[in-house]
Design a protein around this ligand. Structure first.
Ligand SMILES: NC(=O)c1ccc[n+]([C@@H]2O[C@H](COP(=O)([O-])OP(=O)(O)OC[C@H]3O[C@@H](n4cnc5c(N)ncnc54)[C@H](OP(=O)(O)O)[C@@H]3O)[C@@H](O)[C@H]2O)c1
Length: 290
């Protein structure tokens, strides 16, 4: 590890967002990325964290590690809080001790979904499921111990690789002649490459950013049904998609009906240009082998 370079630790690097940082890293030889996952750095293990931060001179930490199984979290509350709350507190504390900037990723699911215009960073939270509650607890745990902290709440995240709505829809539309998709939950799909690019932009251009919570999602919004219809159109798939109400598709975890994030703060603070979700979806699916 180079002492004169900017050293960036990415935790949970085998996950969807972490993988995207691995993909983008070669474009930034000026940044020295250190990628870790649960196998070599368990963020819920204080001893491992201590040893790691003592050995490596880190400047920024991007926490991509999380418990993200929204439905499973309803019956695995303890595991969800262990990673999304307790471990985030541990990571934030060790970052504080080593004067490391922490970029922590949170979610639109901290809100209850009853608003009808984009959620601001200052809006009251009110998670409607265990996952959202655990992520909110993690935000607070990090805020309590580290002031060099950027929390980025994002929504409906997808990438080329990983468990996400885009890949699930493509698989289902190839397997079945007809599918039903929920039409009364509204949000903004976010391409993980755009989010990762924005974070790298902040680190490169605002080495000492104003700490706080920021919302980042692609611009525009849609229902899950509209999202699926766009995937179908770009991929030239033929399955019939029927819009259904969430009430007809019961899931263990409740989901907010409306979770559009107002992204003006991040755009104005860091001069980040945010692509429209349809353009980003097209980029993600470009040259994809079906
Ligand atoms: N996906 C979405 O739609 C969405 C929406 C809004 C916000 N977010 C947030 O965005 C961030 C990135 O999400 P993602 O979709 O990239 O999640 P992901 O694909 O589930 O990746 C999370 C990674 O964290 C790892 N991990 C779990 N426990 C760990 C531990 N104790 N130590 C180290 N690594 C650990 C997981 O490993 P294992 O798989 O082996 O457990 C996984 O590789 C998360 O904070 C998530 O809450 C996601």
């Amino acid at each position: 590890m180079e002492a004169h370079q900017t050293n960036i630790l990415v935790t949970g690097a085998s996950g969807q967002l972490g993988n995207v940082f691995q993909y983008l890293a070669p474009n930034h030889p000026e940044l020295n990325f250190l990628f870790t996952d649960k196998s070599n750095l368990d963020i819920n293990n204080a001893e491992e964290l201590n040893a790691f931060f003592t050995q490596h001179p880190i400047h920024y930490c991007i926490n991509c590690a999380a418990y993200t199984a929204v439905d499973r979290a309803e019956r695995e509350q303890e595991q969800a809080f262990a990673i999304n709350d307790n471990a985030v507190g541990l990571l934030a504390k060790i970052c504080h001790q080593h004067e490391v900037w922490l970029f922590h990723i949170s979610t639109d699911y901290v809100f209850d979904g009853t608003k009808s215009s984009g959620y601001l960073e200052t809006d009251p939270t009110g998670p409607v499921n265990v996952y959202g509650a655990s992520k909110l607890a993690g935000e607070r745990a990090a805020q309590a111990v580290n002031d060099k902290l950027i929390i980025i709440r994002t929504s409906w995240l997808y990438a080329k690789a990983g468990h996400n709505f885009v890949n699930s829809m493509i698989r289902l539309m190839k397997e079945k002649p007809a599918i039903n998709v929920v039409n009364d939950q509204i949000g903004s799909p976010t391409y993980a490459n755009d989010l990762a690019t924005a974070i790298i932009h902040i680190i490169l251009n605002y080495p000492d950013p104003t700490p706080g919570i920021y919302h980042y999602s692609n611009s525009g919004s849609c229902s899950w049904y509209e999202f699926a219809a766009e995937i179908k159109s770009i991929c030239g798939l033929t399955a019939t998609i029927t819009p259904i109400p969430a009430a007809s598709y019961p899931t263990p975890a409740k989901r907010p009906a409306f979770s559009i994030l107002n992204t003006e703060k991040i755009q104005h603070s860091f001069h980040t240009a945010i692509p429209h979700w349809k353009d980003s979806l097209a980029s993600c699916l470009d040259n994809r082998e079906l």
